[in-house]
Write a new protein. Structure first.
Length: 123
C-alpha cells in the first residue's frame, strides 16, 4: 500500500527558533522553514519534519541517528561545539561517553528540546 510512498519521520520541539539554530548552525544540516515547521534535509536524501509543540515532552529514545566514519572525531567535534555527551544507565561508556559494545560504537547527545540524538560508527 505505501511501498512507493516517500514517507518521512518527524518529532516535536518546544522552540522552533532554537531548533533551527541547533540543527542548522551547530550541527550543520540543511534546514528549511515551512509554515512554522522545519525540514531537516539529511545527507541520505531523506527529510525529517520538526514541528513545534507547546506541551512538548522530550523523547526518551533516540529520534535521529547520524552515522559517522570516526566516532572519536565526531564526539570531539560535538564537545567543541558545546554539546554535552549523555551517559545512560545500563550502557558502559568510556571517558568520552562512547559506548563500545555490544553493537556498533555509539554516543548520545540531546537537542535543545531534550530529544535524544546519536552518532554511531557503523562498519
Amino acid at each position: 500500500m505505501f511501498g512507493s510512498s516517500k514517507a518521512f519521520s518527524g518529532f516535536a520541539v518546544d522552540d522552533i527558533d532554537r531548533a533551527r539554530g541547533f540543527y542548522g548552525e551547530t550541527l550543520g544540516l540543511d534546514v528549511t522553514a515551512d509554515e512554522g515547521m522545519l525540514r531537516l534535509h539529511l545527507g541520505s536524501g531523506a527529510d525529517v519534519l520538526v514541528y513545534p509543540k507547546d506541551n512538548h515532552v522530550p523523547a526518551t529514545f533516540t529520534v535521529l541517528n547520524f552515522p559517522v566514519e570516526d566516532i572519536e572525531q565526531a564526539v570531539d567535534e560535538l564537545v567543541r561545539r558545546g554539546i554535552d555527551i549523555q551517559r545512560y544507565p545500563g550502557f558502559d561508556a568510556d571517558e568520552k561517553g562512547i559506548v563500545r559494545g555490544p553493537g556498533p560504537l555509539v554516543a548520545w547527545f540531546t537537542d535543545p528540546a531534550g530529544n535524544v540524538l546519536s552518532v554511531v560508527q557503523i562498519g
